[in-house]
Design a protein around this ligand. Structure first.
Ligand SMILES: Cc1cc2nc3c(=O)[nH]c(=O)nc-3n(C[C@H](O)[C@H](O)[C@H](O)COP(=O)(O)OP(=O)(O)OC[C@H]3O[C@@H](n4cnc5c(N)ncnc54)[C@H](O)[C@@H]3O)c2cc1C
Length: 320
């Protein structure tokens, strides 16, 4: 395949000007995800790696047993690696519109009110997209969608983008994205309501009225925005519910996650935890580091510490 064919296959054609086929771009993303999915597939883990797999929601029965689909499993050591999920913000109408987007298939156009879990299901390019949450995921999606031709507005409450990063980095990124046409409203004081207007835009998507209250020059004003897509990217909450962690003696906080010590043991020393369900560092490489630490500590009498990751980072900073 030559470069032009590669681009055409990706939904981009260049003939004097650049043309974008949004549906094709999203289709390619889903195809690539599907192509790599065998790495994490049940077949690979059972047939190739010899792992015993019980598909279903795990629920603890005691400090040394749990149940999956009615089957009781006793354990000497266990690891909780349930990850996290997106959370919605309190806003009138948001939950209902989000729920109505989850089960399409009847041909009726659904409002695009999305989280990261439904974002990649889009088939139609929105004209105007609001992204609530100026963190890494929000900004990554904002820049991509703006470059593909959607008008994007990013909303936040703290007055700046990337609240967890250094000020000077955040400013550079915001300036660049503004140059590319992204609009920022970063002093929102209240997400008031979102509702359907009853109109369908020319791209076939239901139109929505999105109301916020924001502070401008010390004054609170109400701003109404007409959009055809909303992405809520306000962070991820740890998956800790529905597992009966109490039965296992595992303490947790619904916001922060499962409580672990430096060796990644929970308050039940036979149960470890790794990844987004117990970490403030919600990244693949951090989850990978934690998983390796747990394997050494749980199975090979290791004494590895989570803090060594942070210390290593500090050492690098001093050398640099
Ligand atoms: C849109 C998006 C973009 C991202 N981009 C990046 C990036 O560029 N770089 C990066 O480093 N990180 C990125 N991340 C973060 C990264 O995906 C996570 O940090 C990583 O997947 C965490 O791994 P995990 O194993 O802890 O959890 P997960 O990968 O979430 O896996 C948890 C698994 O446990 C299952 N589960 C939950 N509850 C139960 C239960 N009771 N019983 C049985 N199973 C259960 C879930 O279904 C899931 O399969 C991104 C995340 C998102 C959402």
């Amino acid at each position: 395949m030559n470069n032009t064919d590669h681009l055409a296959d990706s939904g981009i054609s260049i003939s004097g000007k650049v043309d974008i086929d949004f549906g094709k771009i999203m289709e390619r993303i889903r195809r690539i995800r599907s192509d790599i999915s065998h790495h994490d597939s049940a077949v690979r883990f059972t047939k190739e790696l010899g792992v015993e797999l019980y598909l279903g929601r795990g629920k603890f029965l005691s400090k040394s047993s749990l149940e999956v689909n009615g089957q009781v499993l006793n354990f000497h050591k266990a690891v909780i690696a349930t990850g996290g999920g997106p959370s919605l913000i309190p806003m009138k109408g948001l939950k209902e519109l989000h729920a109505s987007n989850l089960n399409p298939g009847d041909g009726i156009p659904r409002p695009y009110v999305m989280t990261n879990e439904s974002f990649f299901n889009m088939t139609v390019q929105p004209k105007k997209l609001i992204i609530v949450g100026p963190g890494v995921i929000g900004l990554e999606m904002a820049q991509s969608m703006q470059r593909l031709g959607t008008q994007v507005s990013v909303l936040g409450r703290s007055g700046r983008v990337l609240p967890k990063e250094d000020d000077d980095h955040a400013i550079i990124i915001q300036n660049q994205m503004e140059k590319e046409g992204v609009e920022f409203k970063l002093s929102v004081t209240e997400y008031v309501s979102v509702e359907l207007t009853g109109e369908i835009t020319s791209n076939g998507l239901p139109e929505m009225l999105f109301n916020i209250r924001e502070k401008i020059d010390g004054e609170e004003i109400v701003t109404e925005m007409i959009v055809d897509a909303v992405l809520v990217a306000t962070g991820r909450r740890p998956n800790v519910n529905g597992m009966d962690l109490e039965a296992a003696g595992v303490e947790y906080d619904t916001r922060v996650g499962i409580k672990v010590n430096d060796r990644l043991q929970t308050t039940n020393s036979k149960v470890f935890a790794a990844g987004d369900c117990c970490s403030t560092f919600k990244f693949t490489h951090a989850a990978d580091f934690m998983a390796r630490t747990v394997i050494r500590n749980a199975l090979f009498f290791g004494k590895d510490k989570m803090s060594s990751l942070l210390n290593a980072k500090n050492r690098l900073l001093i050398l640099g």
